[in-house]
Design a protein around this ligand. Sequence first.
Ligand code: NOJ
Length: 569
Amino acid sequence: MVIASQAGQPTADPSPSPQPGGSFDPSSPALWWRGAAIYEIYPRSFSDADGDGTGDLAGVRQRLRYLSDLGVDAVWFTPWYPSPMADGGYDVSDYRAIDPSYGTLGQAEELIAAAAELGIRTIVDVVPNHVSDQHPWFQAALHAPAGSAERQRFWFRPGRGVDGDEPPNGWISEFGGRAWTRTRNPDGSPGEWYLHLFAPGQPDLNWGHSEVRLEHEEVLRFWFDRGVAGIRIDSAALLVKDPDLPEVGDRPEPGEHPYIDRDELQEIYRSWRVVANSYDDRALIGELWLSDPDRFIRYLRPDVLNSAFNFDFLVCPWDAGRLRAAIEETIAVHGRVGAPATWVLSNHDVTRPVTRYGRADTSFAFGDKRYGIPTDLDIGRRRARAAALLTMALPGCVYIYQGEELGLPEVEDLPPDRLQDPMHFRSSGVDPGRDGCRVPLPWSGEEPPYGFSPRASADLWLPQPKDWADLTVELQERDPSSTLSLYRSALQLRREHPSLGDGDMGWLSTAPDVLGITRGGDFACVVNFGLEPVTLPPHDQVLLASDEMLKGGRLPADTAAWIRLPAGP
Ligand code: NOJ
């Protein structure tokens, strides 16, 4: 939605205050990860070519043109490897193959090459904290006796109590419930326990074991050899455990938690860096949920990882002050090590922004997810569109989760018997889980499966709502005011504008409920978080706005505009 030139009236003083950024050469392809727009594909729900109701690689292949028209630089596939799907693929049983429901290794190789031809790089997910309980290593461990070499790759321990029927410690799974499951001996008697920080189908690996380290370095090489440009590292701060497995304690000091953010991780990722550096322009991207900025930034030193998701920004409420503080902190912290920032509004784990931003509490926390929280989707959608323009204007990399560009809401009324997410089940059904943001995409047509699957009668792995006809790609492509059109215009401008992507930013001085960021002296993004319309700062042109501007070029509530600033004196 490119809006024609409008004259602005002076109310705010454009006083850019440049922030230090990392020095880099934007023309160098080796630094693509510093400013890329990366699109997250959840393969199960992107597009189904074979009609079985589950997305697949052939489906992605058919939609590559869509991704290239959208204007993304890279795609990140959540795990596409063989998996019993105890956690949507984050329980990998073989890193050197593709889950048969998605396709074949040959198809993955062809897809990586076909995407590259369209200028789109591929990022794959590696899940080093755990494997599937069907992984050959874990199966071998289960069938080997206590104390065997096979069990050393995991965390097997005898239980406490007289009969060993108490778990080895009181650690709690990230999905709720105890983090230990007891095994059975071949004669049927109760055996040792094994650790799983997530679901029981995801046994934790022992990163003190040299084979675990070597295997993962081989997995990186396996995928780099097939042309992938980056690795997204799942649960990157959890791999290393204190071998004594002590209780967590009240408030462990940073770095002293028995399994979060242990110092030994730095060395592990340094060795991954060496592998990545033996290829050209490959990126390592950490999923690091760490609130301490000093600890977080250690992972982004030049010899460790390249970048990490910015969850502080994602969890922020729709509030000018809170978002400004998060942005300032992000830029300052990343500047310390010369790493690029990333900006993320959503992913396959969190409530979709359209739903989140329409609630009374617009922040996100896993522990707060509940059924029946009222939301105003119209307000949510306005804010999500404005937030999109903000994220795409900020310096660094931006992530877009599939369906975000369509303005999809969270599906909050999935039939209980269709739910799959272990987070839901391990909360005894109190937490609705993450299925609501993983519903298959609507591509075309008036009713489910909305072109997701070629068979009208296909039974999708998660059912789509009956009221998504207005949200299909087909419809939104024809509507210049749609969320899809907004994302396309923004991504195109972001690519063309020399100041966007990586680099520095400054702030405009604005009213407290308005944010104004500048890029490169001639570009600004202004977001109105207040209840009343505001006048834009002096500008030559409104390049793009997240919703219709008001008469006289005033910016309505919950709206963002990209403007061209007048040339300086
Ligand atoms: C983070 C992933 O994003 C999430 O989907 C998964 O459940 C956990 N890690 C465990 O692998």
